[in-house]
Design a protein around this ligand. Structure first.
Ligand SMILES: [Zn+2]
Length: 227
């Protein structure tokens, strides 16, 4: 009897080890595939085409924000987060016949339409800032007053951006057409002031734009984890 039990012991031990490993695998697979499947965001590079956005010397908002947004998309995709773009080329998404303020309004409506019909859970619109006071500098992230998810997303992104370009600016509520009319949590990320000389110098550098895009992607990933 005793000999029989001793004989069984190695098999029992092996069974316990296999069971423990299987349990760990189960949780690992759940967390990894859960992240891969469910996380999609919409990235909106502001302006484009006939609409250059804010322009100062050699810096054109539409080009800076498209470059950064494409890098955010690529960075997120490495983390298993899908990024759908409202534009990935130099266009404002509006037909050529439209003019003036009607054109700008149509461009925003087009972006909202893409966002609304896309699978993305949140909308991240990327812009540069501009001010008559050339001393203003640094990043700024806005959300719609009362949008708690937008606020959390804006706080996550702004906290990361502040590490790249030191500033006392916090995520704040702002009234923008895009934020006011979005049917999903939305933020506007201003990556710097084109009216500020130092911000212009930094935004012209590829390595700085890479740092900004990493920071935005970090913020989005943190939001997904924290929400
Ligand atoms: Zn803009």
């Amino acid at each position: 009897m005793t000999k029989k039990l001793l004989f069984l012991f190695p098999f029992l031990f092996a069974f316990i080890i296999v069971s423990i490993n299987h349990t760990f695998d189960y949780y690992n697979v759940r967390s990894v595939t859960g992240g891969m499947v469910t996380q999609t965001v919409i990235i909106d590079p502001g302006h484009g085409g006939r609409d250059p956005g804010a322009v100062h010397e050699n810096i054109h908002e539409k080009e800076i924000v498209l470059d950064i947004s494409l890098r955010v998309r690529d960075n997120l995709e490495k983390r298993g987060i899908t990024a759908n773009m409202t534009r990935d080329i130099d266009t404002d998404l509006v037909s050529e016949e439209m003019k003036g303020s009607t054109r700008q309004q149509s461009s925003l409506l087009e972006r909202l339409d893409i966002s609304s019909s896309s699978e993305g859970e949140v909308l991240v619109s990327v812009h540069t800032n501009s001010s008559e006071d050339e001393r203003f500098f640094g990043t700024q992230t806005y959300f719609k007053e009362g949008d708690s998810q937008g606020k959390l997303l804006a706080e996550c992104i702004q906290a990361e951006l502040k590490k790249v370009r030191m500033s006392s600016r916090e995520a704040i509520p702002g009234s923008f057409y895009l934020l006011d009319h979005s049917d999903k949590p939305a933020v506007i990320v201003e990556v710097g002031f084109v009216s500020n000389e130092e911000d212009r110098r930094l935004l012209a550098q590829e390595k700085f734009r890479i740092l900004l895009s990493e920071a935005i992607a970090n913020g989005i990933e943190q939001y997904i984890t924290a929400r």
